[in-house]
Ligand binder design. Structure first.
Ligand SMILES: C=C(O[C@@H]1C=C(C(=O)O)C=C[C@H]1O)C(=O)O
Length: 115
């Protein structure tokens, strides 16, 4: 991509507004990372609980309820519901991968399912 304005030519007021917005973006990204880390801590515990009680890693009925709920929350928040669904599916796929691995470890006796 080409640009007509080199960084040195940018109006200082524009530069300041860009910096202010980017500060907020950085804060939001940090919050997202922390929230995701907390979510994965919970899902890891669910994975261990399922492994201990021989429950399957995935629960499609629960996923369908979550997707419907998230789509509705996204609509109210003026976020593209299709994007919200894709994002949740991406996270859930990773969680299921973790649960499969925890279940495999439990069967092979290679790790405790204490959490
Ligand atoms: C966390 C769970 O396991 C899986 C992962 C889910 C998730 O990340 O929200 C939801 C349903 C399950 O497919 C669960 O069953 O609650």
């Amino acid at each position: 991509m080409t640009s007509n304005t080199s960084p040195g030519d940018v109006d200082p007021a524009v530069r300041e507004e860009l910096a202010r917005l980017r500060d907020s973006i950085d804060n939001i990204d940090a919050a997202v990372v922390h929230m995701l880390a907390e979510r994965f801590k919970c899902t890891q515990q669910v994975g261990h609980l399922k492994a201990r009680h021989q429950l399957p890693p995935a629960d499609q009925a629960r996923e369908a309820r979550q997707i419907a709920r998230l789509r509705s929350l996204a609509e109210n928040a003026k976020l593209d519901p299709a994007f919200a669904e894709k994002f949740l599916n991406f996270i859930i796929a990773e969680v299921i991968r973790h649960h499969e691995s925890i279940a495999e470890d439990a069967v092979n006796g290679s790790a405790p399912t204490a959490n």
